[in-house]
Design a protein around this ligand. Structure first.
Ligand code: PEP
Ligand code: MG
Length: 578
């Protein structure tokens, strides 16, 4: 049956493909005790459910062997079949039914939990992560037990079908792994529009919708899905008419994207001759290629914390140095702005879990994240600083410090950078002069720029956090996502004041939050005086197109009028007309 669900559109485009359920949650399962005489029947019901689940996996395997089907599909089917055949899972369930007279579904959940707990003890990270597969296998059996059998191989996987991840929630650490998998798109029930999960989706250029609320329980593995990442819509089991329409729309979008490629070599200059720098945001060293492909003027934000995720050991100085150097080399003579570790809040790193600074805090977004964490872990910070400084020898590197608010944080950071330089001199390591900049992403910083202007070399406005902290909206919380408003007059005032103060002081200022990559906001930011934007490579050419169609002098006058308005609805109307 066709139905559609709506959520927050976080990454544009259209994906058409099969659902791949990813679960962190145990399904809601009723618990009851069987009468003695029902035990034998429950055992038979359980065995039948296992047989049906096995048949489902067999059917999936034959779909996965169709030429062009994603290789990941076949690997995950094999693994799931192996888990289902393992008596460690199923024998335990039978024992629970027999000995404790548990209903089969509840026994399945109990046994699954026990096996998953054992996996938590494993040294090997890969094996530990396989617990997710155990949960999925258990859920497959549970669905059958609960009378929701999956439709068997209704449609064959075709070569252009994407794999679409459906999850209750995905962490940035989960999503970054999609870079090495062929994932066509994803939908999640939780999440906000500027969560790092959403940001990674945009960086991957895969359609994504978050905050769907009920997608995960309503969708079954292998359902045919259409993700419209531009409108925030998910269509489940579309009929042939809708499918054909979306396939056409998908082709049109791909065509539009390829037309934009003509702008790669063009100069990023307004109609009245103002040059505008367009830089790239990257998460992993391999993203640097994308930055050069779209002709970025440099890397305006390298979110280095992603190097620290999904691993048990911290990257040491040499590993970090190689990662930074590879980006610097890819960028050649262009500027590479490397942001120091912005870990904490929703960006978690297993390897830092036991550190003082990364324990779960009552309000993680207001806790010991980013530079606050680095300043209480100076040894760890120094490793990163030395690695970045060493990479500066191979190109043009700038250091960017996240989440600064206090003058003493700036002083302490600069002192540690000086110490890192001294240590490198002592060990005769080469490094070049490196400018140090600060992110303006806490309202207090924007309202009190003096120490930033006196002590630093450049500023970069992080609108994602600036909005979060100005409006008291957790950027990862879908339930308040409707209040997350880049056009709130208070937000625009902080951005506008920061740009003006920096320019008056002759200090370079950029915006590297998601606002910089939204082509609907390009003219507003130009009118506010911004001349340096940093965004995901996928957004750069659309923003460039806007720059090339803009008259900066005229925009300055019109935007000054807009900034006098004190209601975002009115501001939004006027911004649309720019
Ligand atoms: C920001 O806050 O706007 C920013 C660029 O940093 P991040 O999104 O990584 O917090
Ligand atoms: Mg930030």
């Amino acid at each position: 049956m066709t139905f559609s669900l709506h959520g927050q559109a976080v990454s544009g485009g259209i994906a058409i493909g099969r659902a791949h359920l990813v679960s962190h949650a145990i399904l809601e399962v009723a618990q009851y005790q069987l009468r003695e005489r029902d035990v034998a029947g429950e055992l038979v019901r359980f065995d039948k459910a296992v047989t049906t689940a096995r048949a489902e996996l067999d059917a999936l395997r034959s779909e996965a062997s169709v030429p062009g089907a994603p290789a990941e599909l076949s690997a995950f089917v094999d693994l799931h079949a192996m888990i289902l055949a393992d008596p460690a899972l199923t024998d335990g369930v039978r024992d629970l039914i027999r000995e404790r007279r548990c209903n089969a579904a509840w026994a399945m959940v109990q046994q699954m939990q026990q096996v998953v707990d054992q996996f938590d003890e494993f040294e090997d990270a890969y094996l530990r992560e396989r617990k997710q597969d155990i949960v999925q296998v258990a859920e497959r059996v549970l669905r059958v037990l609960q009378g929701k059998p999956r439709k068997l191989a209704k449609r064959k996987t075709t070569t252009d079908d994407d794999l679409i991840v459906v999850a209750n929630d995905l962490s940035p650490a989960d999503t970054i792994q999609f870079k090495s998998l062929k994932i066509g798109g994803f939908v999640t029930d939780l999440g906000g529009t500027t969560s790092h999960t959403a940001i990674v989706a945009r960086s991957l250029a895969i359609p994504a919708v978050v905050g769907m609320l009920h997608a995960r329980p309503l969708i079954q593995d292998e359902d045919l899905l259409i993700v419209d990442g531009t409108r925030g819509v998910l269509i489940v089991d579309p009929d042939s008419g809708v499918l054909a329409e979306y396939r056409l729309r998908k082709t049109e979008l791909e065509l539009d994207r390829s037309k934009l490629k003509r702008l790669v070599t063009g100069r990023s200059r307004t109609l009245d001759g103002e040059d505008v720098e367009l830089h790239a945001n990257i998460e992993l060293p391999e993203d640097a290629e994308r930055a050069t492909e779209v002709g970025a003027d440099g890397v305006g934000l390298f979110r280095t914390e992603f190097l620290f995720m999904n691993r048990d050991e911290l990257p040491d100085e040499d590993e970090q140095f190689e990662a930074y150097r590879s980006v610097v080399k890819t960028l050649g003579d262009k500027l590479v702005t490397i942001r120091t570790l912005d870990i904490g809040a929703e960006k978690e790193a297993r390897a830092l879990r036991n550190r003082a600074g990364n324990r779960s805090a009552p309000n993680p977004a207001l806790g010991l994240r980013a530079i606050r964490f680095c300043l209480v872990e100076p040894q760890l910070f120094l490793v990163q600083l030395r690695a970045i400084l060493r990479a500066s020898h191979y190109g043009r590197v700038r250091l960017l410090i996240p989440m600064l608010a206090h003058a003493h944080e700036i002083e302490q950071t600069l002192a540690l950078i000086e110490l890192a330089r001294m240590q490198l001199r002592e060990s005769r390591q080469k490094f070049s002069a490196v400018e140090v900049g600060g992110m303006i992403e806490i309202p207090a910083a924007a309202l009190s720029l003096g120490p930033f202007l006196r002590r630093l070399d450049f500023l970069s406005i992080g609108t994602n956090d600036l909005i979060q902290y100005t409006l008291a909206i957790d950027r990862t919380d879908g339930s308040v996502a409707h209040l997350y408003d880049p056009l709130h007059p208070a937000v625009l005032k902080l951005i506008g004041q920061t740009i003006q103060s920096a320019q008056r002081a002759g200090m370079p200022v950029a915006v590297c939050g998601e606002m910089a990559g939204d082509p609907k906001l390009t003219k507003l930011l130009l009118g506010m005086g911004l001349r340096q934007f940093s965004m995901h490579p996928t957004q750069l050419l659309e923003v460039k197109q806007q720059v090339m169609m803009a008259d900066a002098a005229q925009l300055a006058v019109r935007v000054a009028r807009i900034l006098k308005l004190d209601e975002s609805e009115k501001i939004s109307e006027q911004v649309d007309k720019l």
